[in-house]
Every structure is written in structure tokens, then in C-alpha cells.
Design a protein around this ligand. Structure first.
Ligand code: KG4
Ligand code: ZN
Length: 365
């Protein structure tokens, strides 16, 4: 049977990356529950313009600067993505734009641009939840069937979810305070490592001793799957304040000690979630997908990989460029939705907050 083809423009503007991509998918027309596409999707173009330089003087993302930067570059970036894809505007079957959650000014810029293209071309619009983009990104690169376990670790989010299907998520636990990426960014700031913090901490940690500083492991061994990172960040601050001066090796050792603490906590929480997942899905294959910007961290990937081997889970991590914010995952989420007949009216609103999934502590959902 010939596969149905969908070519989708994806637009991402929810934080400090302006991104546009064109994805071609071959969704399984039968769409049985848990089905995967017959053919691997193709990323025809995938452009990301990071605003790091604009935000660096402030040590973090400034919402107004981000929104203005999206306005300045989005049109040209989309045109370049369509040109590079070689499909032409007439080759697009739909437009998928992030509709939230995120910095509202930026989300509005991307969504209104998506609406304008959908209206001008007479093609459907899909307003994508940014978190769903991360959640489904693994299926863009690998044939992963539903249900699977997802660790979503980014700058704004740290959650463990059961992904049962498109639009069908059960939240097993999440951070009670800071997200893991936020903790990386704040630690980098405390150590004077610059912005963005995650890659800087990972780089510094490569030459550091992870056993030098005894940092706390919040929530370790606790029941459930919740996280907490603010105590860890505070401990780093106190230790840094207590040192008369910090040299390169001190910074490297602190970065490595911090990263080791985050790894221990993530591994422990994932182990809890695996037990919950296994109890509910006895017959299903056991996959753990790790997505979001922090999933780009090689040391954390390694630690989670060891856990997966112990627990008989298959680890799926999208390549680093698909872990940090990008439009390919938004285009792909749009294809997954459109293949199920799901699209949105042109009057949908941008949303600053938009949680993914119902909440489950007990296992009922
Ligand atoms: O998914 P993402 O690009 O944006 C959000 O939706 O938040 O994630 C960005 C976060 C930032 O906090 C950044 O410092 C972190 O991901 N990050 C990393 C690494 N690369 C990015 N954290 C640790 N190690 C990395 N290599
Ligand atoms: Zn993200």
C-alpha cells in the first residue's frame, strides 16, 4: 500500500531560538493504536537561529528581546527553510507552529506567522504544544511505538511522563521547584561560566573531579517520581561563597560535582518511573525516551544508559540538535496530529502556560 505523504512547515519561537523546518512524514494510514509510521520521516530542512549573543549580557533570556529578535528574523528563516526543502510553498500540506507554553511574546510571533501562511496558502494550521514536540521527537528519528516512558528535561521543564499516544500523556512526576536546565544555567552563572549554562557546565566538568564537593541529592530514594533542584543550586551558591577565590580547577570540580548530583537524581527518579511503567504496561515494549535541552548532555545520557541496561529498558535519545529547541520536532508533531485529522482554527490563542497530560500519582489515569 502506498504510504500517505504529509509535508509540514514547522515554526518554533517559544524561547530564545527562532526555528523553521520542513518535515516529510509517511504516516501509517491504518493508524492502529501504537502504530509507527511505515517509512522513516525526512527532515527536508531544519534551521535554528540562536539568540545567545543578544541575551548573553543579561546572563539569561530577556522576553522582550527574544520576541523582537523573532520578529526580525522569522520571515527570512521560514523562506530559507522552504527554499532548502525544495518542495516550494505549493508542496506544503500544513503549517505547525508552537502555540505554547513559553514566553508569550515569542509564541505569539510564531503562531501569528503560522496562521498567516495557513490562511494565504489555504492549508491547515496545527497549534503544537512545545512539550508535545519534545515528547514526540523520538518518533521522528526512530520507530518507537506507544506507550513509552519519557523524561523531559529542559530549561523550563523537568517531568516524567507516560506517552500513551498523540495527545495522550500521563504525568508521573515533575519538579517541585526549578527545572534541571534552570539549575544548570544558574550554576553556570554562579561559576562565571557564561550563557547558555548547560553546555558550559558540561564542558567545564570534563576536566573536573565529581567527588571533590559533597553536594546534596534532593529527593533521592523518595517514593514517587518528583524532582527538586533548588536546594542543589543553593548548596552550590553557599560553597562558592565560602571559597576565598575560585580557580579554573575549582570551577571544573564544582561543575563535575554538580553534574554528578543531577545525574544521580535523574537516574533515581527514572528508576521509580520505570517500576510504575512496568506495572501498568506488562505486555508493552519498554522504551525510555529522554528529550529536552538537558538531554544533549553526554554524561547524563551515559548514566541513564547504564540504568536502562540494568532495568531492561531501551534508551532512545534524539540527536543533540533535536533535543534542544528546534522546529523539526514541531513540524513532526504537526504531522502526527494532522495524520489523525487534528488541526486548529485560525483563532486559537497563544498560551504562556499549557501543561501536558493529566496528573497521576497513584497509577489511575
Ligand atoms: O529544550 P531547550 O532548548 O529549551 C527549553 O524548552 O527550555 O532546553 C534548554 C536548556 C537550557 O537550560 C540549557 O542550559 C540546557 O537545556 N542544556 C543543557 C545542555 N545543552 C542545553 N544542559 C546540560 N548539558 C547540556 N549539554
Ligand atoms: Zn524546549
Amino acid at each position: 500500500m502506498a504510504a500517505q505523504t504529509l509535508t509540514m512547515l514547522g515554526i518554533e519561537t517559544s524561547c530564545d531560538e527562532t526555528a523553521a523546518a520542513v518535515i516529510r512524514g509517511y504516516p501509517d494510514l491504518s493508524r492502529r493504536s501504537g502504530a509507527v509510521a511505515e517509512r522513516t520521516p525526512e527532515i527536508l530542512s531544519d534551521l535554528v537561529l540562536s539568540q545567545f549573543d543578544a541575551h548573553r549580557p543579561y546572563g539569561g533570556v530577556v522576553p522582550e528581546i527574544a520576541a523582537r529578535a523573532h520578529i526580525l528574523s522569522l520571515d527570512r528563516l521560514i523562506a530559507a527553510a522552504v527554499r532548502e526543502a525544495g518542495c516550494g510553498w505549493e508542496g506544503l500540506d500544513g503549517v505547525a507552529a508552537t502555540a505554547g507554553p513559553g514566553l508569550i511574546g515569542g509564541v505569539m510571533v510564531g503562531l501569528v506567522t503560522g496562521k498567516a501562511i495557513a490562511a494565504a496558502r489555504g492549508i491547515p494550521l496545527v497549534g503544537v504544544n512545545h512539550l508535545e514536540g519534545h515528547a514526540l521527537s523520538a518518533r521522528l528519528v526512530q520507530k518507537v511505538a506507544f506507550p513509552y516512558l519519557l523524561l523531559l528535561v529542559s530549561g523550563g521543564h523537568c517531568q516524567l511522563l507516560e506517552v500513551r499516544g498523540v495527545g495522550d500523556y500521563v504525568r508521573l512526576g515533575g519538579s517541585l521547584d526549578d527545572a534541571a536546565g534552570e539549575a544548570f544555567d544558574k550554576t553556570a552563572k554562579l561559576l562565571g561560566l557564561g550563557f547558555p549554562g548547560g553546555p558550559a557546565v558540561e564542558q567545564a566538568a570534563r576536566s573536573g573531579n565529581p567527588a571533590r564537593f559533597a553536594l546534596p541529592r534532593p529527593m533521592l530514594g523518595r517514593a514517587g517520581c518528583d524532582f527538586s533542584f533548588s536546594g542543589l543550586k543553593t548548596a552550590v551558591r553557599h560553597m562558592v561563597a565560602g571559597m576565598p577565590s575560585m580557580h579554573g580547577q575549582d570551577r571544573a570540580d564544582m561543575a563535575a560535582s554538580f553534574q554528578a548530583a543531577v545525574a544521580d537524581v535523574l537516574v533515581d527518579r527514572c528508576r521509580q518511573a520505570m517500576a510504575m511503567f512496568r506495572a501498568r504496561h506488562v505486555a508493552a515494549g519498554h522504551h525510555l525516551v529522554v528529550a529536552g535541552g538537558v538531554a544533549a548532555n553526554q554524561m547524563l545520557r551515559g548514566a541513564i544508559n547504564v540504568l536502562c541496561a540494568q532495568q531492561n529498558f531501551i534508551l532512545v535519545t534524539p540527536p543533540p540538535g533535536l533535543c534542544t529547541d528546534n522546529a523539526a520536532m514541531i513540524g513532526w508533531a504537526g504531522i502526527e496530529r494532522l495524520a489523525l485529522g487534528l488541526s486548529d482554527p485560525l483563532d486559537i490563542s497563544a498560551r504562556a502556560r499549557w501543561p501536558l497530560g493529566s496528573f497521576s500519582r497513584s497509577g489511575a489515569s
